[in-house]
Design a protein around this ligand. Structure first.
Ligand SMILES: [Fe+2]
Ligand SMILES: [Fe+2]
Length: 153
């Protein structure tokens, strides 16, 4: 098993740290899937129709991200988490979009850090996968900022 193979090697701690960090990322992806699923159904009214449809698309992309992360965690010899980060709820559409926007901003920051960690360890394929995810998260961030009528943070 990959886990045994990595034990005792020079980069073992760094690999364990990367696995833990990717599991944090995975928990955030689960959070995003849940948030987009719930918010897209709670947002009602003509004003929010377009963004509600966008959020449904986001939910599907977040699931793809979760699948990629779970595969990569397994490949590195870790166990993918089954626990999402908590999802904040609100009755106000602006609040929900704001929660999503803040989460996307945090997620992008985390993935940029993760690309560096992966490259230091020579996991270039993982770094490329993460870059692809970042592009989609930036689109999510842009959609949310546009719906809120604000600049991208
Ligand atoms: Fe994602
Ligand atoms: Fe996202």
């Amino acid at each position: 098993m990959a886990k045994e193979k990595k034990k005792g090697s020079a980069g073992a701690n760094a690999v364990a740290e990367l696995i833990d960090a990717l599991n944090e990322d995975l928990a955030r992806e689960y959070q995003a899937i849940i948030a987009y699923t719930v918010y897209s159904n709670v947002l009602s009214g003509a004003q929010w129709m377009n963004i509600a449809a966008e959020l449904k698309l986001h939910a599907g992309e977040e699931l793809q991200h979760a699948m990629i992360l779970a595969d990569q965690i397994d490949y590195l010899g870790g166990d993918p988490t089954a626990t999402p980060k908590p999802v904040k709820l609100s009755k106000k559409p602006e609040d929900m979009l704001r929660f999503d926007l803040d989460n996307e901003t945090e997620t992008i920051k985390n993935y940029r850090q993760r690309v560096k960690q992966a490259e230091v360890l020579g996991h270039y394929a993982l770094a490329e996968l993460l870059r692809g995810i970042i592009v989609q998260e930036q689109n999510h961030q842009h959609d949310l900022a546009t719906a809120l009528g604000i600049d991208v943070p």
